[in-house]
Design a protein around this ligand. Structure first.
Ligand code: 13P
Length: 262
């Protein structure tokens, strides 16, 4: 049985004071919970502080990006070594906001994925189509391209450290659009099938695929109960401790139901 991953992407939010309060509330809320994997990804400026707060807890630390070099003359960038140094276990790569607002290409994302995995970080690779692409019937082609290019050259021994997050661009934030659970299930099936063609059926069955895009306490259970939905990558809801915890509880409840039925 695949574990559920509930991960918060704080994006460009929180001062250090706000981050400290939010991280403490999450640590207290999660307690000794082990049924689901829980991580939070604050902005770079808060990683060290939040890393200290998470020490000894069941909440892991993640970053929202990295630069694919160990060190050097890359003004403004952060390396995998630096992320490991402050206690990061996860890194989000290929987020649509970086693809579409900052012009990141599949090739650049691929470099980051390879370097992050080689540094022993767990990678959350985000993939997803825009509204225009969905309307034009290109969803499968886009997911296919992002997977094939984003994961080119991956060695089999690094696959256990990979998570894919399906994040349809049109459902992220306050767009007014929500992906319905059957649409999410269908896209996850497309991703798993393509991944299986690339890395084999066994690897595909082990791959955690999270969903992200306007997940809130009131729709989390319906999404998490869908076959092949192995967790949620949360934006807005991860900034409010009560909402984040409500979604963690939905994940725990769904994991227990799945455990009982296997
Ligand atoms: P929202 O949950 O705010 O829609 O953001 C999702 C997301 O982009 C997580 O990476």
């Amino acid at each position: 049985m695949r574990k559920k991953f509930i991960i918060g992407n704080w994006k460009m939010h929180t001062t250090t004071a706000e981050a400290g309060r939010l991280a403490k509330a999450v640590v207290d809320g999660v307690g000794m919970e082990k049924h689901v994997v829980i991580a939070i990804c604050p902005p770079f400026t808060c990683l060290a502080l939040v890393g200290e707060i998470l020490k000894g807890s069941h909440v892991s630390l993640g970053a929202q990006n990295l630069y694919p070099e160990k060190e050097g003359a890359f003004t403004g960038e952060i390396s995998p070594t630096m992320l490991l140094d402050v206690g990061c276990k996860y890194v989000i790569l290929g987020h649509s906001e970086r693809r579409h607002k900052l012009g990141e290409t599949d090739g650049f994302i691929n470099q980051k994925v390879l370097v992050a995995l080689a540094a022993s970080l767990n990678v959350i690779l985000c993939v997803g189509e825009t509204l225009d692409q969905r309307k034009a019937g290109q969803t499968e082609t886009v997911l296919d391209r992002q997977l094939v290019h984003g994961l080119a050259g991956l060695s089999a021994d690094t696959l256990p450290r990979l998570i894919v997050a399906y994040e349809p661009v049109w459902a992220i934030g306050s767009t007014g659009h929500h992906a319905a659970p059957p649409q999410v299930q269908e896209a996850h099936a497309v991703i798993r099938r393509r991944f299986g063609q690339m890395f084999g059926e066994k690897a595909a069955q082990s791959l955690p695929i999270q969903y992200g895009g306007s997940v809130k306490p009131d729709n989390a259970a319906a999404l998490l109960s869908r076959q092949g939905v192995d967790g949620t990558l949360l934006g807005g809801a991860s900034l409010i401790a009560d909402q984040f915890m409500a979604i963690v509880r939905a994940g725990i409840s769904e994991s227990r139901t799945e455990e009982q039925s296997t």
